[in-house]
Structures are given as C-alpha cells and as structure tokens.
Design a protein around this ligand. Structure first.
Ligand code: UD1
Length: 400
C-alpha cells in the first residue's frame, strides 16, 4: 500500500435506529485516518425518513454525529413511496460522489432502497448488522434485510447465528465478517454520560404536555418502561386496545409505567379513541420520544422493559434488564433467555403478556455479553473495508 491510496465511502442513515449504528462507524473512520495507510473520505447521507427533531436531530447532537453532507428529504409515505423516492434521489448522489463503497446499516426502508441503488450502479455494498432473520415476511424489515444481504459484497454480522443464516442462504463465507454488535459500541461509549442523568429530570423534561404533575411521580419504587411502534402491535385497533387495557387496568396497579410514545403509536392511539384512556390512567407516565441517553438511563433503572424494539432487546441483554418482547418472533435470538440474554417473547396476546409479566417482574437484573459485543465493532469494520479494498500484495517470490 502506498500513502497516496484513497478510499471513498458513502454511508446512509434514514430512521432513528440507524443513528446509534452510524455514530461509532464515523468515529472509527476518523480514528483510522489519524494513522491508517489509506485516506478514507466519508460522505454521510440522511434520507430524511425520520425528520422530527426528537426522532433525528436530537440523536445527531447527543451522539456527536456530524451533520449529514446530503439530506434527501424523503419524509413519511407508503413503503413504495419511501423506497422509490429514496432510490431516485440516491441514484443522483451515487453519480455525483462516485464512492468505492456504499455502507448501509440495519433494516429500515433507507437501507433497502440504497442497497438496490448501489448495486444498480455497480458500487460495492457493505451491510452492517447483516444476517438477522425473523423468518416473518409480514415484517417490512425482514424484506429489507433479505434484499440488502442478497446484494451486499461484505456482510458484517453481530453474532454467529447471523453468520449461519447467511451461509444457509448460500452466501459465500468469504463475504461474511463476524465483527460483533455496533450498537454496543454506542452503549459502551455513552453509558457513563447516561448514568449522570437523574430520572426526575428526564421525566420533567420529556413528559407529554399537560399529562403529569412531575412532583407526584414518586419513582422511589420499581417502575416498568414501555416502547411500542411495530405495525403488528399498533396498527390493529383490537390488538392495541387489548394491550392498552392490560397496561392501564393491570400493570399500572402493580407498578408505575413509563411509556415513551412513538409518533406512529400516538397517531394510532388517537385514531382508535384510546388517547384519553392513556392520558388519564393512574400510574402511567407518558413521555415524548426520548433521546439516546435518556432512554438508556431509564433502562438502567427499570425493573422490567416491555418493548417491540430490536435495539432495546439488545441493550437489555447487556444491561441485564428483564425484557418482555411484544413479538412472536425475533431476528435477534441471541438476546433471548435460551441464549443467555434477558428477553422473552410474549407476542401481542394479553394472556401471554400477563403470564410473562408476572414471571419476569420477580426477576433480578442479569447482564450478559455475547461474543464480540465489546465496544470495538466499528474499528473491526473499518479495517475490514480497507483490507478488502486493498488486499495485501504478495511479496516478491510468492505465488499469487
Ligand atoms: C421505522 C422502521 C423501523 C424502525 C422504526 C424506528 C421501516 C420499514 N421501519 O418505522 O424498522 O424500528 O422506524 O422508529 O423503515 N413519523 C413522524 N415523525 C418522524 C417519523 C415518523 O411523525 O420523524 C410518523 C409518521 O406519521 C409516519 C409514522 O410515524 O407515517 C411511521 O414512520 P415510518 O418511518 O414510516 O416508520 P416507523 O414506524 O417509524
């Protein structure tokens, strides 16, 4: 390798769960550039799928992500609209930037759209968080994962189970790099800062207007923490109504519940006539979508987490918070009890949720750390991209 060698990477974010995956990647590029033999130029593209300040800007600020070089301004829409418009806009970015690599993270519509565009333009594609499979084709994310992994030239997996999934699908082992979970890089980099926040401040600053008198919260005792946003849980009025009744009539009689409400869920609670019920429920504290450190701080203190988020399942695993996952399947089996994690699947049937809750609420924190969830995943990824772009030349006398 000579010192003149350069490499250009375009990476993409679109929605909230992407931001904690890209932050350590950008930092690892900056660190590599201080001493590395290749000069990496990095261009960050935000598709604009998530656009509210508390779904996007707050994460850029909290995680020190530099402002995106390009924002495609896609916004909300149907799946075809989001994917189609992103592809049309991103194609022009590829023409203009001519990158050596396009790097996508996670499984949102931005991930899938930019992967297709990358390969149509014959640019090498790398996927961070490859190989996760729920086997549930009704999940839009599963479609995104399958498309992205099928097209990728390098597939960075968070655990060994994901690598096995890819091999089973016929993907060549040479393309698969087991690097660990990049989300945990962010968790390790930020947990000290999160620990400095006080729970009362978080509630005071983020409570939904007019909902609570913060002085009366009295969180000295145990509390549960809830997030919910999957279409399977919030788009069907019967399902969401049953869940809300369980929360307001049963769970909150046992312990306080902090619910950080996703915009999609707020919209559906209002559409299904449930908004007043949650607003007026005793023991239920409704919060706006939280920043990274705020949610992490609550997770560190919660007695139990109830969620349908993939990222929270992973964070609960490392923090050891008992986690009731409101899904019938997971693309992250490594976070489940049977693999040493903290999460149990209870679907969205209240009978299962009730049983799971009464068992899990008795349990103590039990942290576990899957292999290579060590906070150094991003550095491994950057090294692998450079090595793949500039493979070591055989020294004189060696047979290539
Ligand atoms: C998307 C991802 C999902 C991820 C989730 C995290 C896909 C297919 N889904 O789902 O994998 O777990 O993000 O949040 O990419 N909205 C706002 N403001 C925003 C963003 C959205 O009000 O900044 C509202 C809009 O009404 C929108 C709805 O939320 O229609 C859903 O947003 P969308 O980006 O389509 O999907 P998510 O449910 O957030």
């Amino acid at each position: 390798m000579n010192s003149a060698e350069k490499m250009k990477i375009v990476s993409i974010v679109g929605a909230r769960p992407n931001f904690m995956k890209i932050a350590p990647f950008i930092r690892a590029i900056e660190e590599y550039n201080q001493n590395g033999q290749v000069k990496i130029e990095h261009v960050l593209v935000h598709t604009g799928q998530h656009y509210d300040d508390n779904m996007s800007k707050a994460f850029f600020e909290a995680l020190n992500i530099p402002e995106a070089d390009i924002n495609l301004g896609i916004g909300s829409g149907t799946h075809a609209e989001q994917v189609g418009q992103t592809m049309i806009a991103f194609e022009k970015v590829v023409w203009q930037e001519k990158p050596d690599w396009i790097v996508v993270v996670g499984d949102v519509n931005a991930t899938c759209a930019c992967s297709i565009t990358a390969k149509k333009e014959n640019v090498r594609l790398a996927h961070i968080e490859a190989g996760l499979r729920s086997r549930d084709m009704t999940m839009p994310e599963e479609v995104n994962r399958l498309v992205t992994d099928r097209l990728s030239d390098l597939l960075f997996t968070p655990d060994r189970l994901s690598g096995e999934n890819l091999l089973d699908e016929g993907i060549s082992g040479e393309k698969i790099k087991f690097v660990g979970n990049i989300m945990i890089d962010t968790l390790e980099a930020q947990r000290k800062k999160a620990a400095e926040l006080t729970i009362e401040d978080i509630l005071r600053t983020n409570c939904m207007e007019g909902h609570i008198d913060v002085r009366s919260i009295g969180l000295s005792s145990d509390f549960a923490l809830l997030t919910l946003h999957r279409p399977s849980n919030v788009d069907d009025p019967a399902v969401l109504t049953d869940i809300v009744h369980f929360l307001t009539n049963e769970l909150t009689k046992d312990m306080k519940l902090i619910w950080t409400v996703h915009p999609r869920t707020e919209k559906q609670l209002k559409a299904f006539g449930l908004w007043h019920k949650v607003l007026s429920a005793d023991g239920l504290i409704l919060l706006n979508p939280l920043g990274y450190h705020e949610l992490l701080r609550l997770n560190m203190a919660a007695k139990i987490v109830l969620t349908d988020s993939g990222g929270l399942q992973e964070e609960c695993c490392v923090l050891g918070t008992p986690c009731l996952t409101f899904r019938w399947n997971t693309e992250r089996p490594i976070t489940l009890r049977e693999h040493g994690g903290a999460s149990v699947l209870v679907g969205n049937d209240v009978g299962h949720i009730r049983i799971g809750y009464s068992q899990m609420r008795q349990e103590n924190r039990a942290p576990s750390r899957p292999e290579l969830w060590d906070g150094k995943t991003a550095a491994r990824i950057v090294q692998a991209l450079v090595s793949d772009q500039f493979p070591k030349k055989p020294s004189t006398g060696e047979i290539p």
